[in-house]
Design a protein around this ligand. Sequence first.
Ligand code: ZN
Length: 426
Amino acid sequence: MIKPSQSGRLIVLSVDGLRPDIYRAAEQRLRFPNLNALEKLGASAESVETIYPSTTYPAHATMVTGVPPRTHGIYSHLASLDPTEKARPWSWFAAALRAPALWDVARASRRRTASLSWPVSAGAAIDHSIPEIWNPTAPDPHSDFETPARHSTPGLFGEVAKRLASLRGKADPDKLRGEAALYLWNQYRPDLLLVHFVWYDAKAHSFGPASAEALTALESADEAIGKIRDAISTDPATALVVLSDHGFLPVEKEAAPLVAFVQNGLFARGADGSFSLRRLGTVSAGGSLAVYWLERPSADDRRRLEAAMDQLQAAGAVQEIIGREKLEVLQADPDAELMIEAAPGFTFSERMEGPLVNNSPRDRGTHGYLPSRVGMEAMFTIVGCDIAARKNLGRISIQQIAPTLAKIMGLPADILASEAKPLDLR
Ligand SMILES: [Zn+2]
């Protein structure tokens, strides 16, 4: 048997928002043949416990660093705590990471890296990089090609776009990503290729995690996974990982905590009706919402926040109020005063006007809840030489992924700040 462990190459495909039971369900197995085939060929987690809040950017940062948000510094998807801001910037830039990522470890070992739409990778030390980034004032982020082009490795975006020109307007974002990934792999022969698929997550938000629309979107990612597996099937030194960042739950009601904050005077309102910050900042993760004191609060401010919480609880929107102590246990945002965990069926928006609860929300699915919540599980499966077939890894922590991947590539895992144990894949 060939031992690839000294020079193993790796392709990591992240299918955003994919809960393992979605493709494992008996009636879906034929529809997602590649996801299911990988589980027979390799080792898979029964489920992956993600981080809090269970959202894309903090989770992807954990996947490549092996440490929780409190250590890597990406506490949410947003880089702004101001909900009155019109177009809020996201945490696109790798410079915000306070822990070494896999790409840093690979570079230190003179290994070549490539990435496609990976969250929190803009400006990272990656040899061939097309990051996920958009202009927050653009009407449709999926159609903003100028911003990622500007932040990509010089010339790379145009080069890939030229190769995909015939698919323009005919293919969904994940089909394009699949083709672009194959191009990067064949053209540049990286030792590590990271790819982020987004279409299932987009449709699961709009229509629900098990909706016909979301499942149709997932077919694109499954097909891309199959093509990439075929492309490396004769290469014993390459392992393929398919994973996700969090699960998904259906939504029936939208609650607007900021409506209660406004009613209790925690935001200022100008003569023209526009809102502005007072002492409070917020970030909604859908299934949870973080609240920040931007200045030291007075006793009166604290009473107002408590009154707003009482209102939300009376409306049935709150599962739990998570204070600083529990946020520390969860290794979540150290700057938040508290996080509000939404009750089952609820999502939190940052709407500031209208009713406290809206019974016909725009979105039909969300995440961002506690990682222990049923439905928030992520998935992980790996195939390659030296990796056992049909192996069930049980429930794993998302923090184990980076040290495991470093080990497979033969990289010195001690450069990572992770304390998590690599998975036993044999
Ligand atoms: Zn996500």
